[in-house]
Design a protein around this ligand. Structure first.
Ligand SMILES: Cc1cc2nc3c(=O)[nH]c(=O)nc-3n(C[C@H](O)[C@H](O)[C@H](O)COP(=O)(O)O)c2cc1C
Length: 322
């Protein structure tokens, strides 16, 4: 009889564990890999950085959200687990929540995924101005005092504010670089929002931040090129084209992707160069911005590598000529 009871108990445990794991799995939302290279030059993004409150209801793609979250507080040095934003004593005390029409999610940087926290839409509690409730994405920054163990209450408040500021500015710059509109929000009932989210006592809402495509401009692709060039007739045939040229050590092979007649992406697919790699990192973006190699100069101190990369792109584009 005792054996039977023990068996019953074990079976119940297995069933519970399985259903918990299934429920947990359901709550996890994987994100596509974030874009960690290319994009607008920093100085241009700084020149464009601004608060914009006129947001279109157009959804923000999962690809953009993924890169946005990585830019906000993602891990940029996997060996140490450190982030794109600094944090006092590396406490990493700020959590980033994503509020959308389909619920509330916690960003988990280590796994680069979202964890669903609520099925309800809490956006209207994340800011007193009406546009916040309509923003496709509202980030909510939550400070966790239990991760700042040696800090006084004043220090917790101070570091919660500073560390949130760094994350928020990363988001501002990402939005500027990707032609998204954003504004950070301090005008909200933080206690009411914390209750709505169900935060425990030691966690506080610091700020929120509304994000969307700007209402006044069409929503451009993140990799779209400057508007002035985009208006011209297509120059290339769509497709993916490869070219190669001899670098310092061996051939550098590139792939150029053309979509809607425009150079959308330039990728170095093979190389054996050991240094300096800046040319391989910077030139593809500059070539995409210039829509070709015309006017793109070699990177100082890396002329051989630069010239080879430019020649490889020229060869690839020759195959894409209309
Ligand atoms: C801590 C903080 C809280 C803010 N809260 C709000 C807010 O609740 N609502 C809002 O519309 N803008 C808010 N802003 C945005 C400021 O109004 C904006 O940054 C300022 O007007 C300067 O404009 P700029 O960001 O375009 O340079 C806040 C900014 C900061 C730094």
């Amino acid at each position: 009889m005792r054996e039977l009871r023990r068996f019953g108990l074990a079976l119940a445990c297995v069933i519970m564990a399985t259903s918990c794991a299934a429920a947990d799995k359901e709550a996890l939302v994987p994100l596509p890999p974030p874009r960690q290279e290319g994009g607008m030059p920093l100085m241009e993004a700084l020149a464009r950085r601004q608060s914009q409150r006129d947001l279109a209801p157009t959804p923000v793609s999962e690809e953009t959200l993924s890169s946005l979250l990585w830019a906000a507080a993602g891990i940029n040095r996997p060996e140490s687990g450190k982030r794109t934003a600094p944090s006092a004593r590396n406490w990493q005390g700020i959590d980033v929540y994503v509020a959308r029409a389909d619920g509330l999610f916690l960003y988990e940087p280590r796994e680069h995924r979202l964890r669903r926290v609520l099925k309800e839409d809490v956006r209207e509690a994340a800011g007193k101005q009406p546009f916040v409730a309509q923003a496709p994405i509202v980030l909510i920054y939550v400070a966790d005092a239990s991760r700042m163990p040696d800090a006084s209450a004043d220090a917790v408040a101070f570091y919660s504010a500073t560390d949130t500021g760094f994350i928020s500015q990363n988001v501002y710059l990402f939005c500027a670089a990707n032609r998204l509109a954003t504004v950070v929000i301090g005008w909200l009932d933080k206690e009411a929002l914390a209750r709505r989210i169900g935060l425990p006592e030691n966690r506080r809402v610091v700020l929120s931040q509304a994000i969307g495509h700007p209402a006044k401009e069409p929503a451009p692709e993140p990799d779209a090129k400057p508007a002035a060039v985009a208006k011209e007739a297509p120059r290339w045939r769509d497709g993916a084209y490869r070219g190669s040229a001899r670098g310092y050590v061996d051939d550098i092979v590139v792939e150029v992707v053309v979509r809607d007649g425009l150079v959308r992406n330039v990728t170095v697919v093979e190389h054996k160069e050991s240094r300096p790699l800046r040319a391989l990192r910077d030139l593809p973006r500059r070539i995409a911005m210039a829509q070709g190699t015309d006017g793109v100069d070699a990177v100082t101190g890396a002329t051989v590598t630069s010239d080879a990369l430019l020649e490889a792109v020229r060869q690839a584009l020759a195959k894409a000529a209309p």
